[in-house]
Structures are given as C-alpha cells and as structure tokens.
Design a protein around this ligand. Structure first.
Ligand code: ADP
Ligand code: MG
Ligand code: ZN
Length: 608
C-alpha cells in the first residue's frame, strides 16, 4: 500500500492538504519532522498515514484523555487497529491493551506523557519494534507555553532507551519561534523537516483603524453590514456592557457574553446568536471556545487583545464558510495600558513562585509588543501575521487595509527634533526617565499636577507643540519608536532616547513618516475563494444527519464517529447514487462505506 491509497482507503480523503504530504514523506524517509498547523489543519493524518505504512508500532503521546479516546474511536471505526493506555481504564481493559501490544495487534497506541515514566511500560516498549514516536500538542514541552507539562521533558530519554531510536514527529498549533526551538531542543529532534502551513485565511480582510470615537466607528462599521452576523470583542466586562447598551440604543440586535453573567443567560445569549435571532455578539474573549458558527461575516475588536495569537484566533472566527469576511481592529493607545494592567493582574499566577511569575510577565509583555506593532505597522497586515507564525508569504496580499490603503510620506524632522529634545531635557532635569504620557503633557503645555510639581513647565520645550493634537503627537511618537529614535523601557514603561537620536538632534538627519491618509474603503477581493463544499440540499442534509443519529444509537457510539459534519455536507452536495460514487465523498473510507454505505445511499435514493 502507498500513502495515497492509505489516505483514501482508511480516511476517505482524495488529496493530502498542503504540508501534510511533505511531513508524511519526511517520516517515511526516516527523517524527524516538526509540523505546525492551526487547529483543524489536519495534523493527525500526518502520523496516522505513516503508522499504516511503517513496519513497527507508532506510539502517540497526547496530553488529553478525552482527545485520546476520540481519536482511537475514530481510528477503530475507520478500520485502523489502535488503542490507548490511560488512567481511566479498569484492570481488564488495561491488560487487554497490554496483551494487544505484545501480540502486535495495533498500528497505533496512544499514551499520556506521564505513562512514559512508568518503568513497566518503558520495559514493554523496549521490547517492541517502535517505528515512530509522534508527539501531539508538542508545545506542552515548553515552559514558555501556557500548557507546560513537565513529563513531556521525559520523552527524549524515553526514546533513547528504546531498542532503536524511532523517527520522532512533533506537532503543534503554537508557532512562536521560541516554542519551536524549545520543541526541537527538548525532544532532541535531528535536523527535522519543518513544515508551517495552513495559517493563511485568504477570505479574511484585515484592517486596523484608529478612530477618535470608537463607538461611532463601530456603529458605522455595523451599519455598512446590514443583517450580517458578527462578533465584537472587548477587553473587559465593563466594556462589553457599555458597547452592548450603545448598540441596542442604536437599534442593533446585539447579545452579550462574558464570565460575569449567570450560566443560563450566557447559554441563552449564545443561542440567540447561533440561531441568528440576534446578529451581533458583544463579548469578552470568554466567548468563542465552543462556538461553531460558520456564517460570521465580521469580527471587530473594540480593544486590542493581549497578543497576536489571541487576536488571530478570535478574528479567525469570521468567514468559516469561506465567504469574504472582515476583521477590523479599533486601536487606541489606551488599549496598551489596559493590556498591561491585565497582564500585571492576571489571576492564575497566584500559585507560581515569584521568579516564574516574573519570566511569564516578561514573556507576556514581549507578546504585547508584537501585538502593538501589528496595530502600528504600515506593512501588509496578513504578511505581519504570517511572519509571526513562521509561514512564508508574498510581499503584499492585496486584501488588507494596508495593502489597499493610501500612504503618504511626510517630512517630520522639526516635530521629531522637538520631541527628542524634550525627552532629553526632562531626563537631564529629573535625573530619571518618564513615560510617553508625561512627555506629551510637557510638549502640549499641559497643566496637570505632575508637570507642575516637577517644574517641567519651566523647561524650554514646554508647550512647544501646543497646537498639535494628542493623536498626531502619538503618531509622531510611534514613528520615532518604529525607527528606533526612541524606545520604551519594558520594565518601567518609560520613554528613552535610542542610540541614533543624536543624529536627528545634532547632525541634521531628516525624519520622514508614512501615514495612511484616509481609511481604506473595504474592497472585496476580485473573487472569493470557492466555498469548501457546494451549497447543500438542506432537507437531504437533515435526513442524513437523522440517519447518522440512528446509526450512532444502534452502535452505541457518538455521532461524529459515524461521519463528520463535513462529510455529511459533502455527501448532501454530491448525492451519490452508488457505492463507487459514495467513495468519492470526502471522509468515506472503505471500512465506513462497508459499514454504513447502504443505509446512507438508501436515504439519498428515497430523497429524489
Ligand atoms: P488538528 O489535529 O490539526 O487540529 P485534525 O487532525 O483533527 O486537525 O483534522 C481536522 C479535520 O480535517 C478532520 O475532520 C479531518 O478529517 C480533516 N482532514 C484532515 N486531512 C484532510 C485531507 N487531506 N482532506 C480532507 N480532510 C482532511
Ligand atoms: Mg490534533
Ligand atoms: Zn496585505
């Protein structure tokens, strides 16, 4: 059997997705691999297909008992002999798996990482021919990730103690460079084939706006999209309440969702949104984990999130149906302050020692800086996101606010000199550095208490820019910071001169700034990518789902083990008339066709 027939016969897929094939080839040629794909990207296939082709056993390390059960159930239903070992099993089940391994009954065995520390299990594995060690959710090995599992650190030693070192394959959806390097180092991957793919969502349009008044900007964005379904994310419960009230006052049918609402209301509001009784959901990041609504046509961030990973995950809830959708972030400098506050007061830190807490805080601040850069860049926004995830891309996507925006170069040497000189003079006078807020106050001639107490109103730079708006001054500061003339000390949030500031102050260097001159009108890409499946016959789909439920009850298993939603949609669209046509449906392999084919074909036949 070759990889393509394994994919077809057992999993019912006609093609590998981009990236999957390179990883499968890597493993089959004996190379270690590191696969980075978003959730739903299809990582499992990358080790399940090789597992069918390699001579020995594939051992899968997976952190969650429930995931393990699901995967093994799905494999078994597809005709792949697989089993798992975990603490939820009784003695009888445990020995059945143990004996199954000894008699080489399985292609794949799933275990939790803690199991590797069990000497009896290690001994059992040392006696087996293990071809492949697949590490799922490999970011759990990194202390820089949120899901650190110390027992993942034992994997390399475990692999070394096997009869011969197996091919090692690691998979994750978390892609920061730091975590990637940790995975390679801690697992001891040898020159791995590294594949990063699937992060681009071509149908999503990205934009960042800096409105003076966020609420009216939000109202007009929503007004431009009548009847469309969308999510508005806010940083705090308070902001959710305010925005929710404002939208309803303006006649927008909005629901709200945050952790402060009673469970029953949250569920009711989620249903209202899910079933389009209310088209807009105003929510904190507590909303979204379990929702699966494909026709969300916009995601607007009323506040900037704490990091780009969260942003992309939340924005990515738009356009799941493949239709063009918009992701707009309404940025204001105050969002940075809010995010810093949330980082400094994060509640789940309580049981960590102070050193760990401090290094986590620094990491969060680094991630915040990346997020802030996204809001300020004039480069392609999609490119900025893909860079962060390590995926290659073209220079310009043509489908983001920056690629479509109109930029103008302006000479800002004079205001730059004023600002830099003010930073210098304030530091000279006080003997320490202050934040950007206070510098702005001084430049704009503010009379707040700190300015007066510190005597900064007597500096020659005081009031030098009193005719410059606060936003404009902010924009200058951002530009100077992007160019490295100033930087923010991450520990104290104070503004300092960069090493090249002297060139502007004393040596006549000119400074230019590119600015978006007007917000781009949101233009559609010329052609939306084809939706994944053709529009489906709803009545037929409903009938197929009912049949699936019946078969699941008959077999005493969950419905998705019979066929996934995607498979049923494809089946409804293709309406196969015989077994051969049924096999063309994505997700229908040989075993499932034999087990369920007749029933589903009968439903389709009776529908015409
Ligand atoms: P991940 O582990 O990356 O989150 P999964 O391995 O669970 O993703 O796969 C997600 C979904 O994608 C599954 O429903 C799977 O059947 C489907 N899938 C994976 N590979 C393919 C493929 N080559 N063609 C069609 N569907 C696929
Ligand atoms: Mg997975
Ligand atoms: Zn772009």
């Amino acid at each position: 059997m070759d990889k393509a027939s394994a994919l077809r016969q057992y999993f019912g897929h006609n093609f590998f997705r981009p990236g999957q094939e390179r990883l499968v080839d890597g493993i089959l040629s004996g190379r270690d691999v590191l696969g980075i794909m978003p959730t739903g990207g299809g990582k499992s296939i990358c080790y399940q297909v090789p597992a069918l082709l390699l001579p020995g056993l594939t051992l899968v390390i997976s952190p969650l008992i429930s995931l393990m059960k699901d995967q093994v159930a799905a494999l078994t239903a597809a005709g792949v002999p697989a089993a798992f070992f975990n603490s939820s099993q009784n003695l009888e089940e445990y020995w059945a798996v143990w004996n199954g391994i000894r008699s080489r009954a399985y292609r794949l065995v799933y275990v939790a990482p803690e199991r590797l520390e069990n000497p009896r299990f290690a001994q059992l594995m040392a006696e087996q021919d293990v071809s492949l060690l697949a590490v799922d959710e490999a970011h759990c090995i990194s202390q820089w990730g949120q899901d650190f599992r110390p027992s993942y650190l034992k994997i390399a030693d475990f692999a070394a103690a096997l009869r011969r070192r197996p091919v090692m394959a690691a998979f994750t959806a978390t892609a920061t460079a730091r975590v990637q390097e940790d995975i390679v180092a801690q697992l001891g991957l040898q020159r791995p084939v590294r594949v990063v793919t699937g992060f681009d969502r071509p149908n999503l349009f990205f934009d960042v706006q800096r409105p003076k008044d966020k609420t009216s900007a939000l109202l007009s964005l929503i007004a431009q999209r009548p009847g469309k379904s969308g999510i508005v994310y806010c940083a705090t419960r308070n902001a959710v309440e305010r925005v929710w009230i404002a939208l309803n006052e303006h006649g927008v049918p909005a629901a709200r969702y945050h952790a402060g609402l009673p469970e029953a209301e949250r569920r009711a509001n989620q249903d209202d949104f899910q079933f389009d009784r209310r088209t807009v959901m105003v929510a904190t990041n507590a909303f979204g984990m379990g929702i699966d609504k494909s026709n969300v046509s916009f995601v607007i961030h009323y506040n900037m999130p704490k990091n780009l990973e969260s942003y992309y995950q939340e924005a990515g809830r738009a356009g799941r149906d493949g239709e063009p959708a918009d992701c707009v972030l309404l940025y204001s400098p105050g969002d940075v302050t809010t995010a810093r506050y949330l980082i400094d007061h994060s509640a789940d830190d309580a049981d960590l020692d102070s050193q760990t807490r401090e290094s986590l805080r620094r990491m969060e601040l680094d991630r915040l800086a990346v997020m802030t850069d996204y809001c300020k860049t004039d480069r392609c926004l999609r490119g900025t996101i893909l860079d962060h995830f390590g995926q290659g891309h073209g220079e310009s996507c043509g489908n983001c606010g920056n690629c479509q925006g109109i930029f103008e170069e302006a000479d800002i040497t004079i205001p730059a000199q004023m600002i830099l000189s003010c930073v210098k003079r304030v530091a000279d006078k006080l003997g320490y550095h202050v934040g950007a807020g206070l510098i702005s106050q001084v430049l704009r001639g503010g009379r707040n208490r700190r300015v007066l107490e510190l005597g900064l109103d007597r500096l020659p730079t005081y009031g030098l820019m009193k005719d410059t708006s606060q936003e404009q001054l902010r924009a200058y500061l951002d530009c100077l910071s992007n160019k490295g003339y100033v930087f923010t000390d991450p520990d104290h949030a104070t503004l300092r001169l960069g090493p090249t500031a002297g060139n502007v102050l004393f040596r006549g260097e000119r400074v230019t700034m590119t600015a978006k001159v007007r917000p781009p009108e949101i233009k559609r890409p010329k052609k939306a990518p084809e939706p994944v499946s053709a529009p489906e016959d709803n009545a037929l789909l409903t009938a197929l789902k009912a049949e699936r439920a019946r078969l699941a009850r008959r077999d005493g298993g969950p419905a998705y083990i019979v066929f996934s939603n995607a498979t049923l949609s494809d089946m409804a669209a293709k309406a196969p008339k015989d077994m051969a046509e049924l096999m063309e449906v994505s997700g229908v392999g040989e075993v499932k066709a034999a087990r369920y084919g007749k029933e589903f074909l009968a439903v389709i036949a009776s529908h015409h």
